[in-house]
Design a protein around this ligand. Structure first.
Ligand SMILES: [Zn+2]
Length: 346
């Protein structure tokens, strides 16, 4: 269960947000992890019910200063913030909200669950303990942009929000890829793309393609294409033959090559970019049971091992998949599906 991000409190009718104060801050104090029982003092003799953030409360210290501004969400949860820090971290005065003077809490359109992630991001604080839903995470980049956050910094690799996106990516990989792409966050899109290897690109709707944009659609296409073409190229190279022996003639070795081609064709017939190495291994290793020549068996084992190693090293994300397209030309010159079924193997 996610941790509650606010406590309901009861304030007196004379309750007022904290007075404004000058804040010089860059990083949050240790006190930002304050416990729930350290939420602000309030008068219980009231008839006004207010919920308040358990992290962004009136006592949240930030480089020695207390909050000077309060934000009220659409579902009536109060967040205490340091206006100077938000203005310095924002390119537009936190959506112009902090460019004006308010005598009361500033209303925002976001729900508490969404604003909670937005503010944690502005303060470079992790919000994993709240386990925000996929729906919230899919909205947070748009909200951060609306409030003038510098996304390339806030969602840079190793930043708390970046790590949280990566952790949640398996839940909704296409959705996270789209939001990363729509904000041109390549590093995040690259991390997420690894979870899309089994996703059929033909299932992407026009609207989804439009949201991610042609560049990131192409990156995904190249990733899928490069992996399937790499596998074709790896399987094209047959096990090495050897000089004829009493037990293994050139004809016997030719039958092994044709059996290899058949197994390769079966692997590639319905292959996916995320094809498991075990599928490749099982399909190719089965050929050994029909081979009596030890030299051919060793050659077969060696080739299978080489393919599995190279397949495991084939890029799995858009980060570097474009470099693998060089193999495409090789395959186009060397298709080998026009083979005959072998009757037996030497
Ligand atoms: Zn042989």
């Amino acid at each position: 269960m996610p941790v509650d991000y606010f406590d309901p409190l009861f304030f007196g009718d004379d309750y007022r947000p904290p007075e404004s104060s000058t804040v010089l801050a860059n990083e949050p104090d240790e006190s930002h992890t304050i416990a729930r029982d350290a939420t602000p003092v309030a008068s219980p003799a009231s008839n006004v019910s207010v919920s308040i953030s358990t992290t962004f409360h009136a006592q949240l210290g930030f480089t020695g200063s207390l909050p000077d501004t309060t934000l009220m969400t659409s579902d009536s949860v109060l967040f205490y913030v340091h206006s100077l820090h938000l203005k310095r971290s924002s390119a537009n005065g936190f959506g112009t909200l902090l460019l004006k003077t308010y005598s009361t809490s500033i209303p925002v359109q976001e729900t508490a669950a969404l604003l909670n992630v937005v503010l944690h991001s502005f303060y470079n604080m992790g919000c994993q303990k709240y386990d925000p839903s996929v729906e919230i995470m899919l909205q947070v980049l748009d909200s951060l942009k609306k409030y003038g956050a510098r996304l390339q910094h806030i969602v840079a690799p190793s930043m708390p929000l970046f790590n949280h996106f990566v952790k949640q990516a398996p839940r909704q990989p296409l959705g996270f890829y789209i939001v990363a792409a729509s904000h041109d966050l390549h590093a995040l899109a690259a991390e997420v793309s690894g979870y899309l290897l089994s996703y059929p690109l033909t299932s992407i709707t026009d609207g989804e393609a439009e949201k991610m944009g042609p560049l990131y659609y192409k990156k995904l296409y190249v990733l899928h294409r490069s992996r399937t073409e790499t596998l074709r190229t790896l399987l094209f190279v047959r096990p090495e033959g050897h000089t004829a022996t009493v037990n293994c003639s050139p004809f016997d070795q030719q039958r092994l090559k044709r059996a290899w081609e058949l197994a390769a064709a079966q692997i590639l017939w319905d292959t996916q970019p995320d094809l498991s190495p075990s599928v490749i291994q099982n399909a190719l290793s089965s050929l050994a049971s029909h081979v009596s020549c030890d030299i051919c068996k060793n050659s077969l084992d060696k080739k299978i091992s080489q393919i599995l190693v190279q397949w495991s090293m084939t890029p799995r994300t858009i980060e570097s998949s474009s470099k693998s397209l060089a193999v495409e030309g090789t395959w186009q010159k060397t298709r080998f599906f026009t083979i005959l079924l072998p009757t037996s193997i030497g």
